[in-house]
Design a binder for this molecule. Structure first.
Ligand SMILES: *[C@@H]1O[C@H](CO)[C@@H](O)[C@H](O)[C@H]1NC(C)=O
Ligand SMILES: *[C@@H]1O[C@H](CO)[C@@H](O)[C@H](O)[C@H]1NC(C)=O
Ligand SMILES: *[C@@H]1O[C@H](CO)[C@@H](O)[C@H](O)[C@H]1NC(C)=O
Ligand SMILES: *[C@@H]1O[C@H](CO)[C@@H](O)[C@H](O)[C@H]1NC(C)=O
Ligand SMILES: *[C@@H]1O[C@H](CO)[C@@H](O)[C@H](O)[C@H]1NC(C)=O
Length: 186
């Protein structure tokens, strides 16, 4: 019984992610833009970010309601990238859009993306891929580009590439600085 209800919640969340993807692509179609295609690694990162946010309650200053410049920081962001086999080189032009909506109400979720400042990213021709993840009341959209700086192709961060030994030496400090830039959400 308990296992079933947990499974049920997980299935609802996946359904909610698909609904949002459809809604976003309908929005783009209505603007004559190409539909976004799913990116597994962007989805991985979206799920990890949602997992970080899930303990924060929804307020009128979280998610899509965030006042620009006051976005919450993700403490372990470099670790999240590593978990998803990504690095900052191929993700810096991407965009991470977190929203907090009680019970992920489908109508409010969609309008939080299409009728907020986030719409300025969703209607941007430079984005071509998307990954969506959710945890509790949080749902996170990660947008990717088709350029090397934002296509979320796998980054070297496991040091298993013989002729790329330098990657293992890259200073964490420099990465963190770049990541701060990535998190200037608006
Ligand atoms: C989309 O394209 C159609 C057909 O070319 C055109 O009639 C319509 O005005 C366009 N819509 C937008 C929002 O650009
Ligand atoms: C957010 O909610 C608080 C308390 O309900 C209210 O005082 C404040 O004006 C609201 N802020 C915005 C930006 O809506
Ligand atoms: C976003 O979701 C919140 C609930 O957390 C809701 O109060 C707000 O009206 C929504 N904003 C938009 C633009 O849909
Ligand atoms: C995209 O959305 C932003 C914010 O809503 C708006 O200012 C801009 O005009 C839109 N651009 C296009 C091409 O629809
Ligand atoms: C990220 O991965 C790419 C592709 O493997 C590599 O060329 C680049 O040097 C890596 N960047 C960092 C900062 O590790």
């Amino acid at each position: 019984m308990h296992v079933n209800s947990v499974l049920g919640l997980r299935l609802m969340a996946i359904n909610e992610e698909d609904n949002l993807l459809q809604g976003i692509n309908q929005y783009r179609t209505s603007l004559n833009l190409t539909a976004l295609t799913k990116s597994d690694r962007a989805e991985c990162l979206a799920s990890e970010v949602a997992d970080q946010f899930k303990k924060q309650p929804c307020t009128n200053t979280t998610g899509a309601n965030t006042v620009p410049g006051t976005e919450p920081q993700i403490s372990s962001f470099p670790n999240l990238l590593t978990k998803c086999h990504l690095n900052v080189t191929t993700t810096r032009d991407g965009q991470i859009l977190p929203a907090c909506v009680p019970n992920l109400d489908p109508t409010l979720v969609l309008s939080n993306f299409t009728k907020s400042l986030y719409s300025g990213y969703l209607n941007d021709t430079k984005f071509s891929g998307v990954g969506i993840g959710s945890e509790d009341n949080w749902i996170v959209v990660v947008l990717t580009t088709s350029t090397p700086e934002g296509n979320y192709s796998p980054g070297t961060n496991e040091n298993n590439d013989a002729d790329n030994g330098a990657a293992g030496l890259s200073p964490i400090g420099a990465m963190v600085l770049l990541l701060v830039g990535l998190f200037m959400l608006m």
